[in-house]
Ligand binder design. Sequence first.
Ligand code: ASP
Length: 436
Amino acid sequence: MQRITCKFGGSSLADAACIRAAMDIVKKNPARRFIVPSAPGKRSANDKKITDLLYAWHNMARQGLDAAEPRKIIEERFNGLAHDLGVSFDVRSRLAEINERAAQDETPDYMASRGEYLNGRLIAEALDAVFIDPASCIRFKASGALDPETYTLLGAALAGDGLYVVPGFYGAMPDGSVRTFSRGGSDITGAIVARASKSDLYENWTDVSGFRMTDPRLVPEAKRIEEVTYRELRELSYMGATVLHDEAIFPVREPGIPIHILNTKAPESPGTRIVAQRQAATPVCGIAGRAGFTMFNIEKTLMNKEHGFGRKVLSVFEEHGVSWEHMPTGIDTISIIVRDDELRGKGDAIVEAIRRQLDADEISVTNGLAIIATVGQGMNHHIGVAARLTGAMAEADINLRVIDQGSSEMNIIIGVEENDLASAVRAIYEAFDDWE
Ligand code: ASP
């Protein structure tokens, strides 16, 4: 019998009607046996997410402020859910326990995890499923990395024939204290549960019908991607695709468990499948663009003859604790592209250090750069991808500041001015959307 892990995001569990719809999805297929819920999300655009309220509660309590307001909203929401779903679960006493911890705990992790915990309890009772607390089987090492022991512990906990609910977003440190993943981390829990339960499929239920070829805010008619490989998605998600947490593919990639992105509001729509190998080898499967990069351009005559020059440049970034994204080079030039949120105002100090340590002829800094990744595993069998892309830029009258094709031949990265981001993404989309 097939086994399926289903993760439901916060927007798919925002109120009792949504939770019932999610439960109907679970009941429709007996293979759906491992359920991973997020905390309830927003019911409308100006509503509050439970997780945000829990962080606010912890923050206020730590500062000695009265957190009655977030606490009240949380209590009302969970009480409402328990009532509407007809479960007996006692929200009030659980919240009293949380309240005691609020001012004591230095980190917000325990508090933040309670949204998933409480929602998991409610849903387990409503589904008559076994509740598994991730604090007892999802383990982090002291470094914060996932302890592989998790798969053994969780695998044993999920070994029966029944239906299980494992709340998303958290696990425990070696000393037993609760630790959360980064925001949106229930996607990672879903992948861990899929692997530990030896599921054949990881269904990730959200509020959109899969991935689009590019950001629909820039190209509203962007087509849905039917299938994308783990590697392609990695290239796209790292550029800021928001549907799935970018670390969620690691647990399932090795055993090759496909992820299926599906929409709770349109459960019949085919969604997007994330797989090891895809059938259709369309050269380009997605285009991800993002503003907010800075480029350091370093020039030194005969740089190419000087052993260790590149290493020394990169070590300046390392010393300043700044990760870099791309490094296009010329014979006497080297450019380092960095995300602004990574740079955090350290630009001047970096320039100064390069000047001092490398005796460069010239250093200039270009701000306001946008980077666009055009990604597709089929690219390496196709001649003319770069020509088509640069042709589209020329036709749209956009100046290319940087161009870089990864040696994997599955992505072409370009840099343009931020003002050109939207028109560049549109032009690339139009150049590739129906190219077979
Ligand atoms: N509730 C958590 C968050 O808001 C985790 C998740 O939803 O995946 O980030």
